[in-house]
Every structure is written in C-alpha cells, then in structure tokens.
Design a protein around this ligand. Structure first.
Ligand SMILES: Nc1nc2c(c(=O)[nH]1)N[C@H]1C(S)=C(S)[C@@H](COP(=O)(O)O)O[C@H]1N2
Ligand SMILES: [Mo]
Length: 181
C-alpha cells in the first residue's frame, strides 16, 4: 500500500523538493540555530604548550571537580553558574599550576576562541587558585539549566570582572601559547 503510494507520488515529491529546496532551506535556517551548540561541531579543543591537541570529552569534563560561582553579566541580574575551573581544564594539557606559575610560565597566555572567532587572552596567574581570589569558570549551566546554544555548551565566566567582555560564549578552543619575546 505504502509502496504503491510512493511509486506514484515519489517522483512528484522529488520534483517538489528539488524546486522548493533552496527556499525551504533558507526559511528553516533560524529554527536550526538553537541546536547548533549541542552538535558535534561544539567539541572543545585543548592545545598544550608543546603542540599536543586534545579534544575534551564528556568523560574528561565529568571527572573534574564541579563548582559554581555567582556573578552578574550583561543582563544586570545575578545568576549562579555551574561548571569547572578553567584552570582544571588547562591542567589536562599540562598547564603550569601553583608554584609552577613562575619564570617563563608568567609569559604564557591562554587564548580562548569562540565559534564566531571572538578571542580573548588570560595570563595564568589570573586563573590560578594560588594567585587569584576568584574562580574563572568554564560553565555549562546557569541556575541549574544547561546553557542555551547561543552561549554554550561552554562559556567562560569571570565573576569579579566589572565588564563581562571576557565571558566568552560558545568556547571552541583553549590554546596555551608562549608570548614571543
Ligand atoms: N563568542 C563571543 N562571546 C562574547 C562576545 C562575542 O562577541 N562573541 N562578546 C563579549 C562581550 S564584549 C560582552 S559585553 C558579552 C555580552 O554579553 P551577552 O552575550 O550576555 O550579551 O559577551 C562577551 N562574550
Ligand atoms: Mo561588550
């Protein structure tokens, strides 16, 4: 029954799709946007100082100590953000920590890059618990809800900073680099 319907209408459907195709795709583009952050392209890439690249897996993330911070962003409202310390993520690719943050490590930068090409830099002491009194978070949730696709799946939260400029949304890559002399 179904087969015979498809045999008769199938070619017409194909023709309709062929001619209606581009228009349909354009019309659907905005609806596809909210799921972009949860697609496979939302992987977080970590680049170590010695050029080793690692993709942060869900298991890697789950194994890190989870924390939350309270912070006020662009909307002027205080929210609680859940995630892991950015420093703990960097430790997975051997970033200097604590007492090792001295000498040449002080000229190491973290470049955080987003899906839209937005990039910001942090110096290691800004992220290290031995130096900084705030926890810079790699957040995946806000007030207990997963981040919206426009911000997530990963967003950097810098709780004490007076402007939310380094609250990078849709972080895709965390790259450690030595600042050239
Ligand atoms: N990926 C990405 N993150 C970003 C930006 C951006 O352009 N791209 N702008 C930053 C700036 S300048 C500000 S003020 C805040 C804006 O916060 P909002 O996303 O809540 O509007 O996001 C920050 N994070
Ligand atoms: Mo901004």
């Amino acid at each position: 029954m179904l087969c015979s319907i498809l045999r008769v209408w199938g070619p017409m459907l194909a023709v309709a799709l062929l001619f209606g195709g581009p228009k349909t795709a354009r019309a659907q583009a905005p609806a596809a946007k909210p799921v972009a952050g949860t697609s496979a392209t939302a992987a977080l890439r970590l680049d170590s100082l010695d050029g080793i690249t690692r993709i942060l897996t869900a298991a890697d993330f789950a194994a890190l100590p989870h924390q939350e911070v309270r912070a006020t962003g662009k909307d002027g409202q205080a929210h609680t953000y859940q995630g892991v310390a950015l420093a703990d993520v960097l430790a997975l690719v051997g970033a200097p920590q604590g007492k090792a943050v001295h000498g040449e490590a002080l000229a190491v930068a973290l470049v955080a890059e987003a899906a839209d090409g937005y990039r910001v830099v942090f110096a290691l002491p800004e992220l290290d618990a031995a130096f900084a009194s705030q926890v810079v978070l790699l957040a995946t949730a806000r007030d207990g809800q997963p981040l919206l696709a426009e911000s997530g799946p990963y967003q950097i939260i810098v709780p004490q900073e007076k402007r939310p400029t380094r609250w990078v949304r849709q972080v895709r890559r965390l790259r450690l680099v030595r600042v050239p002399a």
